[in-house]
Design a protein around this ligand. Structure first.
Ligand SMILES: Nc1ncnc2c1ncn2[C@@H]1O[C@H](COP(=O)(O)OP(=O)(O)OP(=O)(O)O)[C@@H](O)[C@H]1O
Length: 292
């Protein structure tokens, strides 16, 4: 990682987030409401059974669970990328149509950076704006500059993805999400393929971006440590059928610094979440239940 500078950030415009980040405080408004959601794929797999989850403005929620428990399915449904079989989802207390309007923008960051290999970083980052036919105005160019700057990629805009490290490619992917000035960021195990040092650094940078921009984040991970370090809440899921089985508040203040990683509080939360994950991993093997 050669570029790690994160500059001061301008707050994203959001009717509910003019105040500094709410961190899911009581009274914060719901950004996402998942109620009684069942998802059965065409082959009969019960990917989600009775999922209920409310995500409030300013929360940082991690979805954690064994492989196949429906984390990605749930995240994609939250993104409006997948249909529910039964149940309801609300965005900002309304139907999906509200997504994209001012203060109600959603962005998705995939597990792989999914950059266009033939295009330079700047072109990759501007893709969502091109799709909106935003043009080449000074304002558009500034948005791209700001996003690159915020993720520490200033000076790399003319590079091709292959010239960047894995961590820098993921930064470009985050910048591409940021140009849309999202209020809700859905991240599907974005740092799973990175080495631990890079992952820790990106964890800190995402936390800073989350706080400075007043985002709400739902983050899929397989790592107990990552979930505890980042989150205000860790939602634990079990498989066969996919369902939510635990919801653990991480009651530690933000900003979190690397000191938190070596604190007794961190160790205590990691133990608690690991035990919940262990329980989740050993339940739900009932094949009859999985078919129901
Ligand atoms: N398009 C699909 N068609 C059929 N089954 C699917 C489809 N997508 C996912 N599944 C199944 O649904 C279940 C949940 O999958 P999902 O990818 O949501 O889990 P996950 O918790 O994100 O897994 P992982 O941690 O391995 O990424 C799994 O059994 C998976 O095989």
């Amino acid at each position: 990682m050669t570029a790690t500078k994160v500059t001061p950030l301008k707050p994203a415009p959001s009717p509910e987030s003019e105040a500094p980040v709410a961190e899911g405080k009581t009274g914060a408004r719901p950004v996402l409401q998942v109620n009684g959601v069942n998802k059965i794929y065409g082959n009969g797999t019960v990917a989600l059974k009775g999922a209920d989850l409310t995500v409030k403005q300013g929360e940082f929620i991690s979805l954690l669970g064994p492989s196949g428990c429906g984390k990605s399915t749930l995240l994609r449904i939250m993104a409006g990328l997948g249909e529910v079989t039964t149940g309801t989802v609300k965005w900002w207390e309304q139907d999906y149509d509200v997504v994209g309007s001012k203060g109600r923008k959603l962005a998705f960051v995939f597990q792989n950076a999914t950059l266009m290999p033939w295009a330079r970083v700047r072109k990759n980052v501007r893709l969502p704006l091109d799709l909106e036919h935003a043009g080449n105005s000074e304002e558009v160019e500034k948005k791209i500059d700001d996003a690159l700057d915020m993720v520490g990629l200033k000076g790399f805009d003319e590079s091709y993805p292959r010239e960047l490290s894995g961590g820098m490619q993921m930064r470009a992917s985050i910048a591409r999400a940021m140009v849309t000035e999202p209020n809700l960021l859905l991240m599907d195990e974005p740092f799973g393929a990175l080495d631990e040092m890079t992952r820790n650094k990106l964890n800190d940078d995402v936390l800073k971006l989350w706080q400075d921009n007043g985002w709400t984040i739902v983050f899929v991970t397989h790592s107990v440590y990552e979930a505890v370090y980042l989150s205000s809440r860790v939602v634990v899921m079990a498989a066969r059928p996919g369902r939510i089985v635990d919801d653990i508040k991480i009651e530690q203040p933000f900003p979190r610094s690397p000191d938190f990683r070596v604190s007794t509080e961190f160790a205590g939360y990691c133990r608690q979440v690991s035990q919940a994950l262990e329980r989740a991993s050993t339940m739900g093997e009932d094949k009859k239940e999985a078919q129901s």
